[in-house]
Design a protein around this ligand. Sequence first.
Ligand SMILES: *Cc1c(COP(=O)(O)O)cnc(C)c1O
Length: 415
Amino acid sequence: MPLLDGFTTRIVHSDRLDPIEHGSLQKPIHATVAYGYDDARDLAAVFQGRQGGFTYGRQVNPTVEALQTKITRMEDGVASVCFGTGMAAIGTMLFALLRKGDHFISSAYLFGNTNSLFMSFAAQGIDVSFVDATDVDAVRAAIRPETKLIFTETIANPVTQVAALDAIGELAAEKQLLYVVDNTMTSPYLFQPKSVGASLVVNSLTKYIGGHGNALGGAITETGLFDWAGFSNLYDIYKQGDPRKWGITQIKKKGLRDFGAALGPEAAHHIAVGAETLALRLERQCASAARLTAFLRAQPWVNAVYYPGLTSHPQHSRAMRLFRHPGALFSFELAHQVDLWRFLNGLRVVIKSSNLGDNRTLAIPVAHTIYHEMGAQRRASMGIDDSLIRISVGIEDADDLERDFEAAYAAASEQ
Ligand SMILES: *Cc1c(COP(=O)(O)O)cnc(C)c1O
């Protein structure tokens, strides 16, 4: 497809590469649960996988399928499966691929709900080791005979640690372990995990890919790099056809079909439209993040700023080498004389909210909200101070954002 090389060109023309009803330029919303067949033999052939087609909305829908194809193109993969949320994608994937007695290794710097989910897997007899994934030696040291999989995020939230993504990829290949990378914080515009040897890629579509904060969704993408023939947890019935798709077929059948966390067609449509501007939004968001972190670092009322784009960041050079830009999320600690709540309440443009990847800039005091349940000890081990504020930079004009931070400090320091 020589004329569709560019990232955004590929996204906005993706639907059109398959015939669309009535010459529609986008895949329409197919608000249907089931599909009728004139010839019952076709229905049987679709059920048996001998013929393409649709069976029931819990497994697939034309609008969702068009989004899956789009995400596969964005990640340069071989197939994707969508879910109702990012958490559903992660949970369903692990549920479909791991068994009691298995062990997996996860980065300790993890989205809070993913951390909670992994603890639930541990309670079900699937053991997990949390390690410092910025250091490949820590990952290597945690490998056991029963280890099946390594899981990491790209840029962790909220302190923005950057995992040793390429070194872990080499380790996973050497040990023939599944390598799962949660690409939510970077999105396929900033980074393709396939480039470092990932087997499966997770995206929460709720965040940068959808971008507008109006729909939840998640996806798992198969990169085609993993040798599923050596993976002992696959059912024989899914070892048919293209061997690169055996794993994602089991995720779809044993995970999505049996567990049922399907993405609805309306949400898929919102996400697909949002995805068209992913690159445009992130260019601006990353530029604003760079500017705001430089501004905040120079303020005497700020104790620390965490952003991989800063030369002071411990993984700065790794981030600059791996990612197109070092992200649109940062966090900072206020100096102790500045009251956290007065500062936050002084913000007028920036919204106090828990989401990230939205077009609007969002701020949250992490220790008191999304990382509250985790407890002080685990927070300390993750480097989360009580005064830490996470900022997800939106697409507003950077001047307005900078002035908002200045005004919030002025409001917080008034007698
Ligand atoms: C938000 C997020 C998730 C979960 O996605 P939801 O769509 O909210 O379920 C998973 N991983 C990361 C890194 C996230 O930021």
